[in-house]
Unconditional design. Structure first.
Length: 203
């Protein structure tokens, strides 16, 4: 194994450990972050990224919820709807994640800072924490946000039962140009079989 390959493996494992720590207590966290990595890589490649660029984006997306480390586990694992106060606490996690990753040196962690801050922004400006709209939302945030919604809705959480992948695909298509970048929704649709392969691999 070359020195660079060893360093890449160590970096990827460190990213995975950080993500698991942040979301500790949620079911199947490892599989969630590896599915996110796979989905993001597919979309980044479809948008003309090189292998290296797509890998950096995919690795960065594993840290999208690193700011959740600041959210009490009682809220994270709550099996009923959140109160307004609890929801306001959850909504702070993008800014916390960006703060954790601030002043990063490695490109992956610089991208991860952008991902952490922007993955809950929405195409029509209804997202948080900054209310960014359209292409003012960084592409990596748009990619991660779409992937995160698909994965979250198709897997069980404490407060909900999962939808089928086909149902969620239809929901994403219906939300094109409101919540999601229409070009990314098109890419997701075109690459849907590959997306499902990643989903099935990390169940």
């Amino acid at each position: 194994m070359s020195e660079n390959s060893k360093e890449d493996e160590i970096t990827l494992e460190a990213i995975e450990r950080m993500a698991v720590i942040a979301e500790h207590g949620l079911p199947n966290v490892k599989n969630h972050i590896w599915r996110m990595r796979g989905y993001a890589y597919i979309l980044a490649k479809h948008h003309g990224m090189t292998d290296e660029e797509a890998n950096d984006i995919a690795n960065a997306c594993m840290l999208h919820d690193v700011g959740m480390v600041s959210v009490p586990r009682s809220i994270v694992s709550k099996a009923s709807n959140l109160s307004n106060e609890e929801w306001e606490i959850v909504k702070q996690h993008p800014a916390v994640g960006a703060d954790i990753l601030d002043e990063a040196i490695h490109d992956v962690f610089k991208i991860a800072k952008t991902v952490a801050l922007s993955h809950h922004e929405r195409w029509d400006g209804s997202g948080y924490p900054l209310g960014l709209k359209g292409e003012n939302i960084p592409l990596v945030g748009r990619i991660c946000g779409l992937c995160d919604v698909f994965d979250t809705l198709t897997h069980p959480r404490a407060d909900k039962t999962p939808m089928s992948a086909d149902e969620v695909l239809l929901l994403l298509q219906e939300s094109s140009e409101t919540f999601f970048d229409p070009k990314l929704v098109d890419s997701f649709t075109v690459n849907y079989e590959e997306i499902i392969s990643v989903r099935n691999k990390y169940q």
